[in-house]
Each structure stands twice: as structure tokens, then as C-alpha cells.
Design a protein around this ligand. Sequence first.
Ligand code: C2E
Ligand code: CA
Ligand code: CA
Ligand code: CA
Length: 254
Amino acid sequence: MDDHQTLRRDLRLALKRKELFLEYQPIVAGRSIAGYEALLRWRHPVFGLVPPVTFIPIAEADGLMPEIGVLALRQACTDALNWPQHQSIAVNLSPAQFLSADLTDSISQTLDAIGFPAERLILEITESVLLERTINNLDILNILKLLGIRIALDDFGTEYSSLSYLKNFPFDYIKIDKYFISDLIENENSRTIVDFVIGLAHGLGMAVTAEGVETEQQARWLIEKGCDHLQGYFFGRPMGAAAVESFNGIWDKN
Ligand code: C2E
Ligand code: CA
Ligand code: CA
Ligand code: CA
């Protein structure tokens, strides 16, 4: 059995053995932490930490993603209940989750069960999520918005980037992929694109998050251009739930 097949087999067990957990990465607005993005981790008993880019596609293909997604949402909201009320929690939605028939019911039941305000939840979706089903994607997003949940368009610029998505869907945030942020300072094309996307988003009444901000120079440039939210190793790496509370404590003192 090759590694891939081993991982496939073990992923089912991982759910039972509770080997999956979340880390949280801060998202910064001005001098405060606007919230955190929840990122899935798998601590495999033999292979150690398996990255989400490896196991999430397996979970998608094997039909495990709706179940993992519900667990992740529940855990993220439970942890975020302990944080300051102004902080949001961003949770990634996979295509399979988005396609599951009971998505909106399942999300609102989870929120109700935990007593977590929908206004503090941001769901991150990629354009490929919207490609899968064209008929009632807009209905689903509108129901989520009616519940009070905000929607972020993730990885903007790396997929199809059809502007029709921006015209037709009610996003609250556009997340510019780190592909454009990592070489901002050296690459004029990246700067032109990022500057344009910030203006475009603001013109449409959407806020912008830059991801993959690793240096102070990148952060300064983005702030000067009016980028609303910044996320990346420069501010903080993904961390365990326990570390979030001390991280918040340090920032509060600033
Ligand atoms: P993403 O949603 O675009 O998440 C951002 C990725 O960039 C994360 O990788 C994060 O750790 C990484 N990152 C953040 N700041 C920096 C930086 O300054 N420099 C660099 N080089 N990287 C940075 P991660 O945690 O490995 O996650 C990879 C992808 O896996 C995510 O991309 C997302 O597509 C998927 N993923 C992670 N957790 C979940 C989840 O709970 N559900 C779903 N459906 N997908 C998830
Ligand atoms: Ca994301
Ligand atoms: Ca992203
Ligand atoms: Ca990504």
C-alpha cells in the first residue's frame, strides 16, 4: 500500500481518534486583531503533521469533507466563544461541503447549539466552489447572509477570476492570494494587480484581506494602499487555541 492509500485509510480512523485539530491565524486591522482564520491540521501517529493540501483533497474525494467540515465549524466557534466579542472567526468551506444539501441548516444548527452569534462568523469560499453548481449558489449565499454570516472570496486571482462572480455574488471580503503579496516589493506587476483589486473591491463595497504578508515592507505598502485586513507570518503564524488567548493579551497591551 502506498502512502496515499495509507492516508486514505487512516483519515477515517483519524476522525474517530480525534487526530484532527484546528490552528488559528490572526487577521489584523489597524492596531487590533479583527479575528482569526481556522486552519485544519492532522497529527498522524506515524507521519506526524500532514498538511491540509495533502489530506483535504483525499477527504473531498472520499466523501469525508462534510463531516470534517461540520466538526471544524463546531470546534472553531466553540473556541472563538472565549475571545473578545469584536473578533470574528473565518472558516474555510470546501466544494463538497458547499454542495451538501443541508449546508445552511447544518450551519445554523451548529451556531444555535453553541450559542455563537452568526455575525462573528465569516465563511471563506473559493471560486471553484461556485463553479460546481450554478443554479442556486446565489440562493445559498443569500440565506447565509440573511442569517448574518459574512462571506469571503478566498484565493482571489489564482483561479478563474471571472469578474462576473464579483458582479453577481454578495461577498463581504476579497482575500488576495499570497501569490501576489509575496513579491509585492520586487514585482511591479504584483503591485499593479493588488492596487487594482483593492480599488475594485472598495468600489463594489467589499473589504480586502491580503494573505501571506511576511515582511514589514509589504505590510506598510498594503496599508498605504488602503488594504483593510492583513494576514501572514509577519503578524502571526497559525497557532493552537491555547496560544490565541495569550496572543490576544499581548496585542491588547499595544
Ligand atoms: P488558505 O485558505 O488559502 O489558507 C492560507 C494558507 O496560507 C494556510 O496554509 C496558511 O498557514 C498559509 N499562510 C498564512 N500566512 C502565510 C505567510 O505569511 N506565508 C506563507 N508562505 N504561508 C502563509 P495551510 O494551513 O497549510 O492551509 C492550506 C490550505 O488548506 C488552505 O488555504 C485551505 O485551502 C485548505 N484548508 C485549511 N484548513 C481548511 C479547512 O478547515 N477546511 C477547508 N475546506 N480547507 C482548509
Ligand atoms: Ca482561507
Ligand atoms: Ca487563501
Ligand atoms: Ca489557498
